[in-house]
Design a protein around this ligand. Structure first.
Ligand code: MN
Length: 285
């Protein structure tokens, strides 16, 4: 008997039919992709995950996959875990080599804002730590990392427009928008307008979303959640859960266990239940 809450993955994937701004347009890249959830400075888990996904790392930390797979980062490479600069440098080196693409998360955005601010105001502990690490880095590396973050787009359209990457997840009507308000929405959305609560931003739109397959991060809920054409790939490594990759076009999930809980989980239940959730073939490595 068919469970009405368990819709099949909708195939074929629909391509975005609207305009794609140049800064978001990587439609000519067709993958296959391994879309990595919010790394948040969890470099060790990132290196473990990419190697288990079949990538070989060269001496510069650039990945090579025998089947030409590419990494995709959904933003928030930095801050809560132990090695923000390492994670950021890894992503930068691979983007430069064409073995990865990445978008900006709110943590990169807030760091750039903090760095450009003359106001010495209070920053959260993780921002102070990341800023200190950056200040201790060689000047050339610091400049390169800042330029890398400044160049990160807020959304990316891939594979002919059949796949879109956003940080916080956005309803269809906000895709491909470039205004400053839209960009902020892409980084921090709760479309309900309510403060974040467990799974909050899924309630408003994901089950009804009809756009191209959208993979995003930002809201750590302990495991990858796949709702129709929307995938939240942030499985909360920084909270001691897992770092995950959503594989495209296979639509499967691979993940590794966090080596430690780096900060206290804001959710009392690390695995909230979503009644419409799709069984996405999650497997541990
Ligand atoms: Mn975020």
């Amino acid at each position: 008997m068919t469970d009405p809450h368990r819709e099949p993955i909708v195939r074929p994937l629909t391509a975005w039919e609207g305009t794609v701004p140049r800064e978001y347009d990587l439609r000519s890249l067709h993958g296959p992709f391994d879309i990595i959830g919010d790394v948040q400075g969890c470099l060790d888990e990132l290196l473990e995950l990419v190697q288990r996904l079949g990538y070989r790392l060269d001496e510069q930390g650039v990945v090579h996959h025998p089947k030409g797979r590419m990494l995709v980062f959904v933003g928030d490479l930095i801050d809560l875990g132990p090695d923000s600069l390492g994670a950021l440098t890894f992503a930068m080196n691979n983007v430069r080599e064409g073995t990865a693409v990445a978008i900006r998360g709110n943590h990169e955005d807030e760091l750039l804002e903090a760095l450009s601010s003359t106001d010495a105001g209070r920053h959260p502990w993780y921002r102070r730590r990341t800023m200190q690490a950056l200040s201790l880095a060689p000047a050339g590396l610091k400049a390169a990392l800042v330029a890398f973050m400044e160049g990160l787009p807020h959304q990316l359209f891939l594979d002919g427009g059949k796949l879109v990457i956003t940080h916080a997840g956005v309803p269809e009507k906000f895709l491909a928008e470039t205004g400053s308000e839209a960009k902020q929405r892409s980084l921090r959305l709760p479309p309900s307008g309510r403060p974040y609560a467990k799974g909050d931003h899924w309630v408003g739109w994901a089950p009804q979303y009809k756009g191209p397959l959208q993979v995003h991060g930002h809201e750590a809920v302990g495991k990858v959640v796949h709702t129709g054409h929307v995938v939240n790939v942030d499985s909360g490594c920084m909270f001691g859960h897992r770092l995950s990759a959503f594989r495209y076009p296979e639509m499967t999930v691979r993940s590794v266990q966090a080596h430690a809980p780096y900060i206290k989980d804001r959710f009392s239940d690390p695995f909230p239940k979503f009644p419409w959730e799709h069984p996405s073939g999650e497997k541990s490595l």
